[in-house]
Ligand binder design. Structure first.
Ligand code: UDP
Length: 239
């Protein structure tokens, strides 16, 4: 029995680490595999918008530790996400999927500006919309932005994919062999237990607005379509 009804429009959040294959820069084979999964979902009629992180290039908080001004470092982080957007756009177009990149920081040569109603039109036409540059504001994360974009363009769920994480656990599975994965968990529980797999700000934005989230791994073929159909893959987070 499925965990939820089939979603029609989803916001897929990919962490930058996924794109880098765990290293700095880009892992083209990984990006190609992701593009193939997204293309498969689009061909099944699912509307897919994407937010990509930039952790494979820069994280503002890390550059701050090395002495940089936080806000300037955060802008560097945001610019990194745009490179990931262009990489995904390229591999999606090789799969025959139409795409648009919309950036929260204006850069007309490579991306449209973020215009929510236009993004919805693209999705209705079967195009994948890839959101870059986060919120365009320092001190935010791309997790939080993915919840905000999903709400603004009226997605049915946020699909959250991080490198090496296949769901929400009651403890850190990398350090605690006893950790068990939830099939389902509420936002309230995730927040009170301090489960840090996703930013608390993203959790609370989804909780306050009744938006479903699925935390899952992209490692299996067809995982996006499986998550969209409610198969038991990853963890469903709900109110
Ligand atoms: N960032 C920001 N504002 C945003 C989104 C991102 O300042 O709205 C910066 C921030 O420095 C962050 C970096 O961009 O560390 C990369 O994004 P994130 O850490 O969310 O990427 P991920 O961990 O998902 O790869």
């Amino acid at each position: 029995e499925p965990l939820h009804g089939t979603y029609r429009r989803v916001l897929l959040k990919l962490s930058g680490e996924v794109f880098g294959g765990g290293r700095i820069g880009l892992a083209p084979d990984v990006v190609r595999g992701i593009a193939q999964q997204i293309a498969e979902a689009v061909r099944e009629g699912i509307q897919v918008a994407v937010v990509i992180g930039g952790g494979n290039f820069f994280r503002g908080a890390e550059l701050q530790q090395q002495g940089m001004d936080r806000t300037r470092a955060d802008y560097m982080g945001m610019l990194g996400t745009v490179m990931n957007c262009l990489a995904l756009q390229d591999f999606l177009e090789k799969e025959g999927i139409d795409t648009r990149v919309q950036s929260a920081i204006t850069m007309g040569q490579v991306a449209e500006p973020y215009i929510p109603r236009r993004a919805i039109r693209h999705l209705e036409k079967g195009r994948v919309v890839i959101f870059g540059a986060g919120a365009g504001m320092p001190f935010f994360s791309t997790d939080t932005v993915s919840a905000q974009r999903a709400l603004e363009i009226k997605c049915d769920a946020v699909l959250m994919s991080k490198n090496g994480v296949d769901g929400v656990y009651d403890a850190d599975p990398r350090t605690n062999p006893e950790a068990t994965k939830f099939d389902k968990v509420t936002y309230q529980e995730a927040i009170t237990k301090g489960l840090k797999v996703v930013d608390a700000a993203a959790f609370s934005l989804c909780m306050d607005n009744g938006l479903d989230m699925i935390v899952f791994g992209m490692e299996g073929p067809g995982n996006i379509t499986r998550a969209v159909r409610g198969e038991r893959i990853g963890t469903l987070v709900t109110t």
